[in-house]
Ligand binder design. Structure first.
Ligand SMILES: [Zn+2]
Length: 254
């Protein structure tokens, strides 16, 4: 049976630790010997079952990216970045290939406006029993101004953003891992956190597997516009060409 909504279990939700706003709360991902229900480990990366599975009819896992509580994707060494992304993409596609789920989502929250609750760098892979995220996806969500393109991997700034304003897209074939894919992801995140025209503290990564392509959407997060909340109308800013040029100037000029 298909479902249109994810059901959030509020009695589990209230038990969930939170330290993005409350910095005094101890970090559960730093107490590595206390972690249970591990699924796969490639030190220092750990995939485990989520201890607080708030979403009903799902299988929720957490991918702890590093043992450094203050690490962040934009500052990882290339070696760690690729080890992490190979691991994450592999386990996401493996879960999808089991056929046990209607679809499997893979995403990351970072910063106070991202919807995340723990600041220790992590991502999530969630198998959805009765929702197919792909039904809500269109190709135009991943189209945009090309910032860089190499070895079949493309990095764009959305001209038809899904929610609005600044959404970066990176795409590659699903036939094999390409380092360039994660290099572009890292560049997008670095730009958002360091060189954005407005002060930005938060972003999300959303991975999609559609018709032999893997797409990552990197979304800078601010307060969501009322026109989207109220009417579902996404907005496109008028300075996209300028921003794409800025990224090329800062990151791709030799
Ligand atoms: Zn930590």
């Amino acid at each position: 049976m298909e479902n249109s909504h994810l059901h959030f279990n509020t009695s589990i939700g209230v038990q969930k630790p939170e330290n993005i706003r409350n910095k005094d709360q101890a970090c559960p991902f730093c107490e590595r010997d206390q972690l249970t229900n591990l699924i796969a480990v490639d030190e220092p990366i750990i995939l485990l079952k989520n201890k607080y599975p708030v979403l009903e009819h799902t299988f929720q896992t957490v991918l702890i990216e590093t043992d450094d509580c203050h690490g962040e994707l934009s500052i990882y060494s290339k070696e760690h970045l690729h080890k992490l992304m190979r691991f994450g993409i592999k386990h996401w596609l493996d879960m999808e290939a089991t056929g046990c789920y209607q679809s499997v989502i893979f995403f990351k929250n970072h910063g106070p406006l991202s919807g995340g609750t723990l600041s220790h760098p992590h991502m999530q892979i969630i198998g959805l029993d009765d929702i197919d995220y792909k039904e809500k996806v269109t190709h135009e969500m991943f189209e945009g101004i090309v910032i860089a393109e190499e070895e079949g991997v493309r990095f764009t700034l959305s001209t038809k953003p899904r929610v609005g304003f600044y959404e970066f897209n990176v795409e590659m074939d699903d036939s094999g891992y390409q380092e360039r894919f994660s290099d572009y992801l890292q560049t997008a995140v670095h730009y958002i956190l360091n060189n954005f025209p407005f002060k930005a503290t938060s972003y999300n990564l959303f991975f999609h597997h559609i018709e032999n392509k893997i797409y990552a959407k990197v979304v800078s997060r601010f307060v969501t516009t009322p026109l989207y909340i109220g009417y579902g109308i996404p907005q496109v800013p008028s300075n996209l060409e300028w921003m794409a040029g800025e990224l090329q100037r800062i990151y791709f000029k030799e």
